[in-house]
Design a protein around this ligand. Structure first.
Ligand code: PMV
Length: 336
């Protein structure tokens, strides 16, 4: 980046888009991005303004579950429709989208019409913000005809929501934390591992909006939790083992590491001040059910994000055993 000092999200956008078109090439831009679930979590930022993480993280995508975004030139203000419903301009969601779009307006006062459709339950710990911001960046790229590289698209998506940088890609993806102050080395990349038999299922225990968003919970954990100092070491170990387990198609290792990584993340936030506890009685029941199933010989594992819902990891050959065991619950299976 030479002499350019990059301190804000606008600086990053300026650097990435240098020399690219600033006027739309067509009437609209449309894109889909799959949601992703981390097997090794991103938890904690080293730079809030640029969404730079303390550690790297690793995820798998949810295939056809994600966000469709269609973007057009609008009036003088942004209009956002989510799943067919026009949202209030003052809603937190619209403000967040508008703030992000501020980075890309040809002129201030140019509004966008954004039509977003989620095929995952919104804001219930199923990473709809990840797929939403990734799809928005992919749609902007088409609308303006930027022809950006996947790496640059990942950097832009990161500015909307950290985990969105992983949703630019399908399959198994690693987000490299990077170490540069400007974050130009903090982007996601596919691992190139094929493992179609690995399944993830979402156990929807509640679709209520969570009380504390991940951004606040993360920041509070980093600044107040005595357990946070151990997190980077845990991640370094977990990432190494996960990469090898993915290459070897070793579910037992992958599942155990994903479980302990999720539990360690929740432990750090439970030790924050004030504490953040996303678990509901049903979340604990589901985790114990996974362990009971494993003791009974069914290889199933879980992970959890910043919310009460639980995600199950297993192989396709065990699908019917899983469906039977969780018959009383709502199970979303993206790869069916
Ligand atoms: O990208 P954010 O700000 O929504 O944070 C996501 C954090 C977790 O979902 C809990 C972990 C992860 O890596 O996706």
């Amino acid at each position: 980046m030479g002499a350019i000092m990059i301190k804000t999200a606008a600086d990053v956008v300026w650097a990435v888009l240098a020399g690219r078109p600033s006027e739309p090439v067509g009437a609209e831009g449309e894109a889909f991005a799959a949601s992703n679930i981390a097997l090794c979590k991103y938890w904690g930022k080293r730079n809030e303004a640029l969404n730079l993480p303390v550690t790297s993280s690793l995820s798998m995508s949810l295939g056809k579950l994600g966000s469709h975004v269609r973007l057009r030139h609008g009036g003088t203000v942004d209009r956002v429709t989510l799943n067919g419903t026009a949202l209030e301009a003052e809603s937190g969601f619209v403000r967040r989208v508008s703030c992000f779009l501020d980075l890309f307006r040809p002129q201030s006062g140019d509004g966008f019409d954004v039509d977003a459709r989620n095929t995952v339950p919104t804001a219930a710990g199923f990473a709809s913000s990840a797929s939403g911001f990734a799809a928005l960046v992919l749609a902007l790229n088409r609308y303006f005809g930027w022809s950006l590289s996947p790496r640059d698209l990942s950097i832009l998506a990161r500015l909307g929501s950290g985990s969105a940088c992983r949703s630019v890609f399908d399959g198994f993806v690693e987000w490299h934390a990077g170490c540069a102050d400007d974050g130009m080395d903090s982007f996601a990349e596919p691992l190139g591992v094929q493992w179609p038999e690995l399944r993830i299922a979402l156990l929807v225990l509640t679709d209520a909006e969570k009380g504390v968003g991940s951004r606040v919970a993360m920041q509070r954990t980093v600044t107040t939790s005595a357990l946070y100092s151990g997190w980077p070491r845990q991640v370094a170990d977990d990432l190494r083992v996960l990469r090898a387990a993915l290459t070897a198609h070793d579910l037992a290792t992958l599942g155990c590491v994903a479980e302990r990584n999720a539990l360690a993340m929740h432990a750090t936030m439970m030790a924050a001040d004030p504490p953040v506890l996303y678990w509901l009685p049903d979340s604990v029941r589901a985790m114990r059910q996974v362990w009971a199933l494993r003791s009974a010989g069914v290889p199933v594992y879980f992970t959890m994000d910043a919310g009460p819902n639980v995600k199950l990891l297993y192989l396709d050959e065990d699908e019917s055993a899983i469906v039977e065991a969780f018959a009383g619950d709502r199970l979303v299976r993206p790869h069916r």
